[in-house]
Ligand binder design. Structure first.
Ligand code: SF4
Length: 446
């Protein structure tokens, strides 16, 4: 039973020290009751209070790990319905399904696992391979699991309703903690035993939320709590309805039996690869934790990874670059110097254009708390004083043989103030758009 804010408050130290990030213990207690923060944020809670507050501090969606090592998938631990309330925490894992009846299964798994793409300085890649026992042959299934494990370094999902085939595959790859998919009303006891024996997470598949809840309660009672749920709904409307109900019941009603990450299969019933990709995109937004794709191509993977990156960033904290001077194209002391803000998208737009311009450049990045040029200027976080301070802090007068700096065209208004701050420098006003930097430099830089 969830506790109210006032009930939680009684267990807190009541010193209002603010170390948890809230102004008072009471405001922390209220947020904890709403699951908008975690008990661990207060370093002064006694062990006795901790045990009393366990129910209140348990995340409404359990954190579940699939796989081991650097590329393990961590899903769940979400505490809000809408990302603007706090943030979504653990990005949905994107996984490719291969079948043991397909002679090219290993090659397909290898290709998908090797795919990676960089965006705003973040390396994005697919998270796992799901291996399906389509052949119904236990030995074939186990061999493919072993071969995929040898050929890739990503997390694995083993898909079979046959417990003998699952056991054979677990003997080959169980130490890698794959997700066992799935326990059903027909095989639950045996699948739960396998999950216990190999300490692996277990997916449960039920027709409807009640059957899923019954299965999770059965598994939890047997000691298997790292669970992932599949409510067996496919398609747009049905899966949106089921996934939303699961998330709402877990977060708003503290319904523990559905407080687990959800796995989806957008390719099942999809009419085309595009259809599968669109449904996967919807599942990224609401509310899948692991999405198993039936088709891989960079043209599908890149937009899905980008959508996931956008959904799983903290809306209150833009993706930022560290302040500093970034060399682009092996610049020398007499090379171009531009200045911009530390909003990642701004940085990468300008850096890309400078690299393509053929002019080796220094790009001075000012700390504007992740705001773009015009927003930072309007908020008073990107002004002449800050730019002049950065020029001195990063010792540009010592490392450059010239004293010329190019301002973004959108803040041409700073030119006069910057001339006052840096009286012996020439202040140039660049173009308003990053894409015009190349032609601007051709005409203006000598
Ligand atoms: S850190 Fe703990 S003691 Fe300090 S204000 Fe927050 S809840 Fe109170």
């Amino acid at each position: 039973m969830a506790l109210t804010g006032v009930q939680i408050y009684k267990f807190l130290p009541k010193t209002n020290c603010k170390e948890c990030g809230f102004p008072t213990c009471l405001s922390f207690a209220m947020k904890l009751a709403q699951r908008a923060t975690e008990l661990g944020a207060c370093p002064y809670v006694s062990d006795e209070a901790k045990s009393n507050l366990e129910a209140a501090s348990r995340p409404p969606v359990r954190l579940v790990t699939v796989g081991v090592g650097e590329k393990k998938i961590e899903v769940g631990n979400e505490v809000v319905l809408f990302r603007h309330e706090k943030t979504f925490v653990h990005p949905a894992g994107l996984v490719l399904r291969v079948k043991d009846s397909d002679a090219d299964a290993v090659a397909k798994a290898k290709e998908a696992a090797a795919y990676s793409v960089e965006r705003v300085g973040i390396n994005m890649y697919l998270d796992g391979i799901a291996i399906e026992n389509d052949s119904k042959d236990a030995a074939k299934f186990a061999k493919l699991a072993a071969d995929v494990k040898a050929a890739t370094d990503v997390a694995l999902i083993l898909m079979s309703s046959d417990t003998a085939a699952m056991k054979a595959a677990l003997e080959k790859v169980g130490e890698d903690k794959p997700l066992i998919y799935a326990a059903t009303a027909d095989n639950a006891d045996a699948m739960i035993e396998l999950a216990k024996k190999y300490s692996c997470p277990l997916a449960v598949y039920g027709n409807g939320l009640q059957e899923v809840a019954d299965l999770t309660e059965q598994a939890a009672k047997a000691g298997v709590e790292d669970l992932v749920i599949d409510p067996a709904t496919r398609g747009y409307a049905d899966s949106l309805d089921a996934l939303t109900q699961i998330r709402r019941l877990a977060i708003k009603k503290s319904f523990v039996a559905l407080g687990y990450p959800v796995i989806t299969f957008p390719g099942e019933g999809a009419e085309s690869i595009d259809d599968e990709a669109m449904l996967a995109g919807m599942h990224i937004a609401k509310y899948a934790s692991i999405i198993v794709l039936d088709n891989f191509s960079p043209a599908v993977a890149y937009p899905l990874l980008t959508a996931r990156l956008n959904i799983y960033t903290d809306p209150q904290k833009p993706i930022q670059m560290a302040a500093g001077v970034y060399p682009l194209g092996d610049p020398k002391a007499d090379s171009v110097l531009c200045v911009t803000t530390n909003f990642s998208l701004t940085y990468f737009s300008i850096a890309g254009e400078l690299e393509n311009s053929g002019y080796p450049s220094h790009l001075l990045v000012c700390d504007t708390e992740g705001l773009s040029v015009l927003t930072a200027w309007a908020a008073g976080k990107f002004d002449a004083e800050k730019i002049a301070k950065a020029v001195k802090e990063f010792k540009l007068p010592d490392t450059l043989s010239h004293k010329k700096i190019i301002l973004p065209g959108g803040v041409a208004v700073l030119k006069g103030d910057l001339e006052d701050e840096l009286p012996d420098w020439e202040i140039l006003v660049g173009p308003r758009e990053a894409m015009a930097i190349g032609s601007y430099l051709k005409q203006n830089w000598s």
